[in-house]
Design a binder for this molecule. Sequence first.
Ligand code: NAD
Length: 331
Amino acid sequence: MADVRFGIMGLGRGRKAAEQVANAAGAKLVCVSDLQEEKAKEYGELYSCDWTTDHKEMFARDDIDVIGVYSSSGTHCDYAMEAIAAGKHAFVTKPMDVRVEKCDAAIQAAKGAGKVLAVDFGNRYSLENRQLKAAIDQGIIGKIFLGDVKMKWWREQSYYNGGYPLGWRSRLETEGGSIANQGVHFVDLIYWLLGPVKEVYGRSATMTHDIETEDLSAAQLTFQSGAWGLITTTTSNYPNLGTQVEISGTEGTVRWNQKGGIEITTKDEDSVDLNRFEVPDAPADIAEDMVSAITKGTPPVVSGEEGKKSVEIFNAVYKSSETGQPVGLNQ
Ligand SMILES: NC(=O)c1ccc[n+]([C@@H]2O[C@H](COP(=O)([O-])OP(=O)(O)OC[C@H]3O[C@@H](n4cnc5c(N)ncnc54)[C@H](O)[C@@H]3O)[C@@H](O)[C@H]2O)c1
């Protein structure tokens, strides 16, 4: 079968996606695009592929099947829709977008055009996380009553002033805030592990940076299962303590640490070996995922519909913070 031909736009985090495409069986990196010529040229030369500063030129090529979007967060779905309108499949980095309506529009566009739309959440591809999901689904810690995310990161003001276009990380429209941009990794993780959310109560504030967006959010969630969630995200915590996720069930606890390691302790076992939970073969990353989705018709690991869930949750936190009222979700 012919290789699936990729174009990647946005060569910040998109550099990793370009590398994943270059290394994936059945994938060919045809072109990279960045507004900054030196970046586009550097990565075009590195991967021996074409490069351009004009994404429209890349989207218009008929020798590209799929576009990966790695621009600022509030532009993901607009570019995905542009790619779909040009006849391509599309995937976007996290968050799927800053606004739920944009996610809906992209989902509809992909559906209407019969194209694959996926969201690149690194946590969903890891073997350890997939084994954890299997363990939880098999009831290893019993009935879950609480999921607790503590994301205590440090970001300098220069991080917010930088990026390209300059300062996009400091703006509501293009970044969202600490739960939308950084915390969304763990909002997605806890949604994946604990299921759909019914109600959200949240508060957010800008504590230490000169930005439009929040750098501290705290939320209390009620999942449809009846379990509660507690989510704290900040980029103001010096030093960076990373992220801890704890999940409490009637039979035990999961402790998940971003810096590595998942510990499960139950009433029966001090330390549960995750390797006894068998999981089916799965793509190692977004490049393998898209190759499989396009050539075999397998559903992507995180579809547009699935990627939208975390966007709904962080927007509910923001809305609740504005109104002081809980926000209901119909997930
Ligand atoms: N672990 C992860 O999954 C992860 C990590 C970091 C960032 N991200 C996401 O990646 C996105 C980009 O973040 P970043 O830190 O790489 O930002 P960045 O500002 O460093 O890089 C974005 C790049 O996109 C380019 N770009 C913007 N508009 C473009 C256009 N129309 N055509 C071509 N290139 C264009 C810019 O020139 C820039 O080089 C954000 O949505 C962020 O949330 C994901």
